[in-house]
Write a protein that binds this ligand. Structure first.
Ligand code: ADP
Ligand code: MG
Length: 388
């Protein structure tokens, strides 16, 4: 899918030209995993895989959506927004409209055609791109006056409240706020953010898609959150200035280690270390020090594997295999865990060899064809036909 294709699809489906073309990218997270709900930092970026939208206003209140990849349409003739059990993809668009209305924001009717080249099930946040992309185009077409941060927050509410997924804000934030050749450090405590250059012509980011999604994801995610909360409660009882694990230093944690159960100590250790690692990674990026960045990524993986225990054999295998290659500076599992992609920092000239190595190894070990995606960091959600 691209700019031209989506325009053509729109014209074919609706027999008219679109008023606006919007690109809403997927995202990676360089480092900072499971830190968002501990008021820590994350370091995501938007990527050159995106959902493309073509849209036009309507004179009535109707909502007409067409998912080009699925060749499915959804229509609400009177603009009513009701949760869909069959065409569940429509909920991502309906959800943000529903949340906007709660705030008294009333865009009129709309025709939206969209298609994507974000791989499915790889953990690159196609849902966030869908939500923020549709809000973005409504904002443009109907001059709703929403800021980019308003769009981020409304998109998250759509996913939390309407779709029913209790995700953090990072995915929407990265999709909307990305900047070419930069990652953005989001402080999840106060939503302040800073851009850091990812500016190394000789290194590339390559994703390796394990192709697995173990059923543990949701239950273990909730368990980790509870374990972090338990650790926090105990540490707070020792120092009431602590509001989240963000406020806990490694020294404080090790001094009071005996107060925590071994498991809770492991979880807290990972989180406290990971928050520090994001800061160190930003420092490394400011000096264009990709070697240090890569080491931090390997450390994150070890923490996720052994202390936080959200990895899985397939992703551990991919990281170990990557480690054998001297042209790989760093590798780690990305996302919540138990499947999805690893993210690899690879010397550019070695990328084809790296991909061949990883595919051969994965095939031999798991009889699975490994999908790999080299990615570039791009701008966030944007209009492509001359508006803003
Ligand atoms: P992700 O990590 O990609 O965000 P999610 O499970 O959160 O995974 O969201 C994926 C869902 O988003 C899909 O099941 C589908 O409902 C919707 N979606 C994403 N991309 C598309 C698309 N190109 N066409 C239709 N629906 C899509
Ligand atoms: Mg999602």
């Amino acid at each position: 899918m691209d700019n031209i294709n989506i325009q053509q699809t729109f014209s074919t489906v609706l027999g008219q030209k679109p008023e606006i073309i919007v690109r809403a990218p997927g995202r990676i997270n360089l480092i900072g995993e499971h830190t968002d709900y501990n008021a820590g930092y994350v370091l995501p970026g938007a990527i050159d895989k995106a959902i493309w939208f073509a849209a036009s206003k309507r004179t009535d209140q109707a909502l007409h959506f067409y998912a080009a990849d699925l060749e499915e349409s959804f229509t609400s003739e009177n603009g009513e927004v009701i949760f869909q059990r069959e065409k569940t993809w429509a909920n991502y668009l309906l959800g943000v409209i529903s949340e906007a209305r709660k705030d008294g924001i009333q865009p009129g009717g709309i025709n939206v055609v969209f298609g994507s080249d974000i791989p499915l099930g790889a953990g690159l946040s196609s849902s966030a791109a869908l939500e923020s992309g549709v809000l973005f185009l409504l904002n443009e077409l109907y001059q709703l006056g929403l800021s980019r941060m308003d769009i981020v927050k409304l998109a998250q509410r759509g996913e939390n409240e309407f779709v029913g997924m209790k995700c953090g804000i990072m995915d929407m934030f990265a999709s909307v706020m990305g900047r070419e050749n930069h990652v953005v450090r989001l402080d999840c405590r106060n939503l302040q953010y800073d851009y850091f250059p990812f500016d190394a012509p000789d290194v590339s980011l390559v994703l390796c898609d394990s192709g697995v999604k173990h059923a543990l994801v949701d239950s273990e995610y909730n368990t980790r959150r509870t374990e972090c909360e338990e650790g926090l409660r105990i540490l707070q009882s020792l120092d009431d200035s602590i509001q989240s694990l963000r406020d806990v230093t490694p020294e404080f944690l090790s001094r009071h280690a005996a107060r925590l159960s071994p498991i809770v100590l492991q979880r807290c250790t990972y989180v406290v270390e990971e928050i520090r690692r994001v800061e160190q990674a930003c420092e490394a990026l400011m000096h264009n020090d990709m070697t240090s960045l890569g080491k931090l990524m390997y450390e994150t993986h070890e923490g996720l594997q052994h202390n936080y225990q959200v990895s899985c054999p397939e992703m551990d295998f991919l990281v170990e295999e990557a480690r054998k290659n001297p042209a790989v500076l760093g590798a780690r599992m990305m996302g919540g865990g138990f499947g999805g992609c690893t993210i690899n920092l690879v010397k550019k000239e070695a990328v084809p060899g790296f991909i061949a190595q990883m595919q051969a190894a994965y095939l031999e070990k798991y009889q699975l064809n490994l999908k790999t995606y080299p990615v570039q960091l791009t701008n966030g959600t944007e209009v492509l036909n001359g508006r803003r």
